[in-house]
Design a protein around this ligand. Structure first.
Ligand code: PLP
Length: 353
C-alpha cells in the first residue's frame, strides 16, 4: 500500500459540514466586569463561591502547562474527560456507523472495542503474536478501504510490554488512515514517547492520561496529541465544557509537582521489580511477563482459583484468564510496598494450603 494521507478523506461528511455550538464563553474573550451572557448564577454557590462560571472550553492555561512538560504546542493538544472521551471522539469524528471500521490488536485495552460498538462501528481484530507483538502481515491483510483507525496500546494493557517501535513506524509509513498510539503507561517504560514524532507523521495520534503516573484517575483527564488539523476537527465535536473547572485547577497544581510525580514513578518501577522477584519464588507461578507498566501479567496454575482465594483475603486483582493469549493469567497492579508484601504473603499461604 502506498501512503497517500489526506485528512479530509477521513473525516465524516456530517462532521465536515457541522457548525459547532458556539458557547457564551467562546464568543466573548477579553476583559469585562460584568458577565451576564451565559445565564450563570452571579451570586455563586453557597458551597463555594468561584465555581459559578463556566470553565475555559479550550483549557488554554492547562494545555500550555502540559505542553511545557511534554514539549509540544497547546494547539497540538485536545483534553478529554478521561481517555475514554478521547477514544469516543476519535471514533465519532472519523468512522461512519456500519460502514467504516477500526482495527485493534487483542489482547488489549477493552474500551476501543466498546466505543466502536456503541457507535455501531465494526471492529477488526488482528491478534498480537504469542510474543505480544504486532503481526504486520495480518495487519496489512486486515486493512481495507474503510479502515479509518488502528489502535495500538504501548505499553500494552493487559500484557504490560511495549510494542516494537519499528513495527509501529512501519504501519505509520504505510497506512493512510490514522494510527492511534495509546501511551497510558509510557511513564513507567524506557521507551521513547511517540509525541516527539508527531511532526514526522501526519497520521499519528498519541494518547496519554492523568489516571496512572500522575495518580489522578478520579479527575478524569485524558490527552490527545496530534497535528493541529486533527485537533481542530476533534474540537468541533467535543462537548463545549468537557473538562470541569476543578479538574483544570487540580491538574495545574499537579503540574507544579513534577519532581514528586517522577519520584513516585521511580518508586513504582522499583516496587514492580521487587514484586516480580517475589512472585518468581511462588511455586505455582509459571511465568511473569516483562512489564513496562505499573502492573504485571502473571501466568499461574489455575489462575481463577487463585483469583477467588485472593478475593476471599480481601485482595482484588484482575482475572484475565478468559482473554485471548492470557489463559490462566492474572493482571496485578503494583501497589505500595505494604500492599505488595501482603499480596505475596497471601500467595505463599495459598501455596502451603
Ligand atoms: C488506564 C488506561 C487508560 C486511562 O483511561 P482514562 O479514561 O484516562 O482513565 C487509557 N488507556 C489504557 C490502555 C489504560 O489502561
Amino acid at each position: 500500500m502506498k501512503m497517500s494521507f489526506e485528512l479530509n478523506n477521513l473525516v465524516r461528511e456530517n462532521i465536515k459540514v457541522l457548525k459547532p455550538y458556539s458557547s457564551a464563553r467562546s464568543e466573548f474573550s477579553g476583559v469585562a466586569n460584568i458577565f451576564l451572557d451565559a445565564n450563570e448564577n452571579s451570586f455563586g454557590s453557597p458551597l463555594t463561591k468561584w465555581y459559578n462560571r463556566y470553565p475555559d472550553p479550550l483549557q488554554w492555561e492547562l494545555k500550555k502547562k502540559i505542553g511545557s512538560v511534554k514539549k509540544i504546542d497547546a494547539e497540538n493538544m485536545l483534553l478529554g474527560n478521561g481517555s475514554d472521551e478521547c477514544i469516543d471522539l476519535l471514533i465519532r469524528t472519523f468512522c461512519n456507523p456500519q460502514r467504516d471500521n477500526i482495527i485493534i490488536c487483542p489482547p488489549t485495552y477493552g474500551m476501543y472495542e466498546v466505543y466502536a460498538h456503541i457507535n455501531d462501528v465494526p471492529v477488526k481484530e488482528v491478534p498480537l503474536t504469542t510474543a505480544y507483538q504486532l503481526n504486520l502481515e495480518a495487519l496489512e491483510e486486515a486493512v481495507d478501504a474503510n479502515t479509518k483507525l488502528i489502535f495500538f496500546c504501548s505499553p500494552n494493557n493487559p500484557t504490560g510490554n511495549s510494542l516494537d517501535r519499528e513495527a509501529i513506524e512501519m504501519v505509520l509509513n504505510n497506512f493512510d488512515g490514522l494510527v492511534v498510539v495509546d501511551e497510558a503507561y509510557i511513564n513507567y517504560s524506557r521507551q521513547r514517547s511517540f509525541v516527539a514524532d508527531l511532526k514526522e507523521y501526519p497520521n499519528l495520534v498519541v494518547m496519554q492520561t492523568f489516571s496512572k503516573a500522575w495518580g489522578l484517575a478520579a479527575l478524569r483527564l485524558g490527552m490527545i496529541f496530534a497535528s493541529t488539523e486533527i485537533v481542530d476537527v476533534l474540537n468541533k465535536i467535543k462537548p463545549p465544557y468537557n473538562i470541569n473547572q476543578a479538574t483544570q485547577e487540580l491538574a495545574l497544581k499537579a503540574l507544579d509537582h513534577l519532581e514528586d510525580v517522577n519520584a513516585m514513578i521511580k518508586e513504582t518501577v522499583k516496587e514492580r521489580e521487587i514484586l516480580v522477584k517475589d512472585l518468581t519464588a511462588v511455586s505455582f507461578v509459571q511465568k511473569i511477563y516483562p512489564s513496562d507498566a505499573n502492573f504485571v501479567l502473571v501466568k499461574m496454575d489455575n489462575a481463577t482459583a487463585v483469583y477467588t482465594y485472593l478475593k476471599e483475603q480481601g485482595i482484588i486483582v484482575r482475572n484475565r484468564s478468559n482473554v485471548l493469549l492470557c489463559e490462566d493469567s492474572l493482571r496485578i497492579t503494583v501497589g505500595t510496598p505494604e500492599q505488595n508484601e501482603q499480596l505475596v504473603e497471601a500467595l505463599k499461604n495459598y501455596q502451603r494450603k
